[in-house]
Design a protein around this ligand. Structure first.
Ligand SMILES: NC(=O)c1ccc[n+]([C@@H]2O[C@H](COP(=O)([O-])OP(=O)(O)OC[C@H]3O[C@@H](n4cnc5c(N)ncnc54)[C@H](OP(=O)(O)O)[C@@H]3O)[C@@H](O)[C@H]2O)c1
Length: 358
């Protein structure tokens, strides 16, 4: 038996039972779904309390986790009623768990990082959803002034995300004139995150029009936005240099038969970061990408519920989970930081190890 972590009830439930898959574990286990690590924001999956560890990554030592109890009892539980086992909270209860070794010994191994981006001006294209929203939120939490773009007319048109912490601008990234106009409106910029993108934005990418539209959405705006913001970034006095971040993909390296245009665009971002990094280093601007593996967002999250898609992904991923927007944001905040001031032109793959083996 492993140590039993302390459970502290926090408040009301937030996740409905039918939104999560039933975990598997031994008959004596009590399963909780960990929604998010309270410190690093990662999603460690399921942990089992009072018994064997369940599938997914266990609680990280020294981290405080928050989550929701979705099943308590035996392996047939699968959301079967609100029963409370061994004094644990009822299903759906919010909780915070701390590792017992941290609580009992007073020894902590705090390897988390808090960045300070106070005063930094950040622009995140496509900051209204998924990875962009995660990056924008992380920069705001670190003290930055963040502008996000989305395709809709106003922030009030987004009812699933809270955008009040940001300055909002409407932008369709295929519109190069609008990109230039947006850059001209900014009163300074230290970090540009070229995040907006979509697969098959023009439908079938094997048609001439579909392929071209994907390049227009996923590659060209990264150049136009970077070029339009060049003078602003050059004027930045942020320590470690100004930064351009692109969101590449596993399709930067692997072909996917459905999205030849998207893949070509994402591969193009890898090369573009090298060109920008090489040429603009003299102006104090670094350029890097993250290559996001399967990340749970509006674009791809639906695949998690389809075993034909999800199972092969998890099978191949050594860390046995999808990425979260917070995983991506953590790497972006590092790449833009002073600690990364010697890194430019690189593409950092964040995929739980998906690309490690064949
Ligand atoms: N999710 C993954 O597994 C994954 C993996 C590798 C790379 N990526 C890349 O990560 C980036 C973000 O994707 P995501 O997964 O976070 O998707 P998402 O949740 O669908 O968010 C996409 C964002 O881009 C904006 N956007 C889409 N098309 C646009 C257009 N034509 N003009 C302007 N803005 C547009 C959206 O604005 P609205 O909200 O207004 O529609 C939204 O803010 C993309 O570049 C994507 O290719 C994602």
């Amino acid at each position: 038996m492993t140590n039993i972590p302390q459970v502290v009830i926090q408040g009301e439930n937030e996740i409905a039972l039918d939104q999560v898959a039933a975990p598997q574990a031994g008959p004596d286990d009590v399963i909780i779904k960990v929604e998010q690590c309270g410190i690093c924001g990662s999603d460690p999956g399921y942990i089992a309390m009072g018994g064997l560890l369940g599938p997914g990554v266990p609680m990280r030592i020294g981290h405080e986790l928050s989550g929701t109890v979705i099943e308590a009892g035996d392996r047939t539980g699968s959301g079967s009623g609100n029963k409370s086992v061994g004094g644990l909270p009822e299903l759906g209860t919010r909780f915070v768990v701390q590792d017992e070794r941290q609580i009992n010994s007073g020894e902590t191994m705090n390897n988390s990082t808090n960045y300070d981006y106070s005063g930094a001006k950040v622009l995140v294209t496509g900051g209204t959803s998924g990875i962009g929203y995660g990056i924008a939120t992380a920069f705001t939490s670190a003290g930055a002034q963040v502008t996000v773009t989305g395709t809709r007319a106003s922030p009030a048109d987004y009812d699933d995300v809270e955008l009040s912490a940001f300055t909002y601008k409407t932008l369709k990234v295929q519109d190069t004139a609008a990109i230039k106009a947006l850059a001209a409106e900014l009163d300074g910029l230290d970090i540009l995150v070229n995040n907006a993108g979509a697969s098959m934005p023009g439908g079938d990418e094997w048609t001439h029009e579909g392929f071209e539209e994907s390049i227009r959405v996923n590659l060209l705006p990264a150049f136009h936005m970077s070029q339009a913001c060049f003078e602003l970034l050059k004027a930045s006095e942020m320590s470690g240099g100004a930064n351009i971040i692109g969101i590449a993909s596993l399709t930067s390296f692997f072909a996917n038969e459905l999205v030849p245009g998207y893949g070509a665009a994402k591969a193009g971002l890898v090369q573009m970061a090298k060109s920008l990094g090489l040429t603009w280093a003299q102006h104090g601007i670094r350029a890097n990408n993250i290559a996001a593996g399967m990340t749970d967002t509006r674009m791809t999250g639906f695949m998690k519920d389809i075993p034909e898609f999800n199972d092969p992904i998890i099978d191949r991923t050594p860390l046995k989970r999808w990425g979260s927007p917070q995983d991506m944001a953590g790497a972006v905040l590092f790449l833009c930081s002073e600690q990364a001031s010697f890194i430019t032109g690189q593409t950092l793959t964040l995929d739980g190890g998906y690309t490690l083996g064949i």
